[in-house]
Ligand binder design. Structure first.
Ligand SMILES: Cc1cc2nc3c(=O)[nH]c(=O)nc-3n(C[C@H](O)[C@H](O)[C@H](O)COP(=O)(O)OP(=O)(O)OC[C@H]3O[C@@H](n4cnc5c(N)ncnc54)[C@H](O)[C@@H]3O)c2cc1C
Length: 386
């Protein structure tokens, strides 16, 4: 979108101004230290951006997923990485849409003020992977509490969050008619759970993305922390997963523009064989192709967000937006690193960092193959393959 037709320009300007206070050197240093961008997330919270999705009655700004996606896009476009804080955005709607009035009153104002962070969602398990309905973590009702046992893997930002949304099985798989039934979601108070039934083991990884293994051994959760109706959790968690896919599509679009801006500037300047390398069509075409794909992915991202904000089904669009945007940003990343030559590998150019960061989105939060499989089965009506 051009500046004159973009209805989100004011929002972009606000986020850009904040991001400008955290230049590439800041994000580079945090990455090298494998640290957490505390000051950056704190500034986003103080400015109200992390409370974008909280309704005004609960202290937030009552914006939609579309606006939230613009915030995330701008962070990535400015050279940062929304992975440090996007959990609060995609978890928020799960609580706003499916939480009780008591839960909303108890938690949302504290999230809006920054007193609490809701940055984590625990779904993936080591032995079941993408086959989510087969998860083995159980929640068994005992009096006024649920007792949790099991294990999760790759759970992000647990050490920088106060609350986590956890998916667990409340009715054994053998006793339900549909495998998506009998799952429930809970709010876990991470501060209380750590050392009292939940053990957290960090997983060092390729990107500076705080991930962890979680072990549950008789963790007790008060029954008032069950979100919505028992047994309906899979349906609720899809709200969070669809929001996550649309937001990550926007982040990939931010990355994509960062790569195309960066490489375009570089190939105009860099002279080899007596002329700018950007004068060669072999250099121009991959950059132009990536740019076209980013623009196209952007349309699907807005479509997915608009459907989500209208409370309409958006599973296909959220998945397709994430597929297209992750692919486009990866192509842009490849063109950017390639045409920077050796300098693409130098940390001070930030290309190698952003290259690693955007690569993640071919695999998480859902792998490209699983999106293709979703579209084949649920959109095209092809026979179920698993
Ligand atoms: C940095 C990072 C952060 C993460 N954060 C979170 C988090 O906060 N919360 C959370 O719950 N999870 C999180 N995850 C987990 C992430 O969602 C999973 O890694 C992802 O969904 C893939 O699941 P898996 O790793 O178990 O892969 P698997 O399910 O084991 O699949 C491995 C590969 O096999 C292929 N594959 C599998 N089945 C099929 C099939 N039927 N047809 C074709 N191909 C197939 C896929 O291409 C996939 O890439 C995170 C992961 C990473 C790496």
């Amino acid at each position: 979108m051009t500046a004159t037709t973009d209805p989100y320009q004011d929002l972009r300007d606000g986020v850009r101004a904040l991001c400008a206070e955290f230049p590439p050197e800041y994000h580079r240093r945090i990455d090298a230290e494998r640290g957490y961008p505390d000051a950056f997330v704190e500034a986003l919270t103080r400015a109200g951006w992390m409370a974008a999705l909280i309704p005004q009655d609960y202290g937030g700004s009552g914006l939609g997923l579309t606006e939230a996606s613009v915030i995330m896009e701008e962070i990535n476009r400015a050279g940062g990485n929304s992975g440090a804080c996007h959990g609060q955005m995609y978890n928020m709607n799960t609580l706003v849409r499916h939480g009780s009035e008591e839960q909303r009153r108890r938690i949302l104002p504290k999230l809006a003020s920054g007193e609490l962070r809701l940055q984590s969602m625990g779904v993936t398990e080591p032995t079941t992977g993408t086959d989510t309905t087969k998860i083995k973590t159980t929640a068994v009702k005992k009096g006024d509490r649920y007792v949790i046992n099991g294990q999760k893997v790759w759970i992000s930002r647990v050490r920088h969050s106060d609350l986590m949304i956890l998916l667990a099985r409340t009715t054994p798989l053998a006793e339900v008619t549909k495998k998506s039934e009998g799952l429930s979601i809970f709010l876990v108070d991470i501060r209380e759970a750590m050392g009292s039934g939940m053990e957290v083991r960090p997983i060092p990884n390729m990107v500076n993305h705080e991930t962890n293994e979680l072990f549950f051994d008789d963790l007790e959760i008060p029954e008032e922390n069950l979100i919505g109706e028992e047994g309906q959790g899979f349906r609720y968690i899809l709200t969070g997963l669809n929001a996550e896919r649309a937001l990550i599509a926007a982040e990939c679009i931010g990355d994509g523009y960062w790569f195309t801006d960066k490489v375009t500037a570089y190939v105009k300047e860099r002279e080899v064989f007596g002329r700018p390398i950007g004068q060669n069509q072999g250099v121009q075409f991959p950059i132009a192709e990536a740019f076209i794909e980013i623009e196209a992915a952007n349309l699907m991202r807005y479509k997915a967000c608009a459907l989500f904000d209208a409370g309409q089904p958006c599973g296909a669009e959220a998945n397709m937006a994430k597929y297209l945007a992750a692919k486009a940003s990866w192509e842009a990343a490849n063109a950017c690193i390639q045409f920077h030559g050796g300098f693409g590998f130098a940390c001070e150019y930030d290309v190698e960092r952003k290259f690693r960061e955007t690569r993640l989105y071919q695999v998480a939060p859902i792998s490209t193959n699983l999106i293709l499989s979703y579209v084949a089965e649920h959109v095209l009506g092809l026979p179920r393959s698993f």
